[in-house]
Ligand binder design. Structure first.
Ligand code: UDP
Ligand code: MG
Length: 149
């Protein structure tokens, strides 16, 4: 089953949006299989954003992500990687559509509330970076027959 990695960034935690953000993925019908509340160290933040290492915003991004607690999650479901990116919205919240998380709650690219894996391979890399296998719980929600034909 397809899985994606999501993180509520320090701004989302500080603004009290953890419940709201989780609710959107629950409401859609995806399944939560991993969840941690944690303060991120520099090494993990740099590995997570390794692809952006040469970009001008990298240092600021790493110091922001390590500045306060985050909520990291793994969600499961058919098409969850691409669907989560749609639920999250465009990177710049000012361009993100209303109805998306960034479109509804953000105004600045450096405070865009949530991270979501951008592809299936990226999701696999990020899940193994942030979670041990035994921290993920496979379970069958009782609502499944009402979500799937
Ligand atoms: N970012 C930034 N300034 C930029 C571009 C990106 O601060 O000009 C930050 C922003 O927090 C973004 C993250 O870097 O979420 C990763 O950038 P990416 O292009 O991967 O966006 P995402 O996948 O998060 O939509
Ligand atoms: Mg990205």
């Amino acid at each position: 089953m397809e899985r994606t990695f999501l993180a509520v960034k320090p701004d989302g935690v500080q603004r009290g949006l953890v419940g709201e953000i989780i609710r959107r993925f629950e409401d859609k019908g995806f399944t939560l299989i991993g969840l941690k509340f944690m303060k991120v160290n520099r090494e993990l933040a740099e590995q997570h954003y390794d692809v952006h290492r040469e970009r001008p915003f990298f240092a600021g991004l790493v110091s922001f992500i390590t500045s306060g607690p985050v909520v990291v999650m793994v969600w499961e479901g058919e098409g969850v990687v691409a669907a989560a990116r749609k639920i999250i919205g465009a990177t710049n919240p000012l361009s993100a559509e209303p109805g998306t998380i960034r479109g509804d709650f953000g105004i600045n690219i450096g405070r865009n509330l949530i991270h979501g894996s951008d592809a299936i391979e990226t999701a696999q890399r990020e899940i193994s970076l942030w979670f041990q296998e035994e921290e993920l719980v496979s379970w069958e929600p009782s609502i499944t027959p009402w979500l799937h034909e």
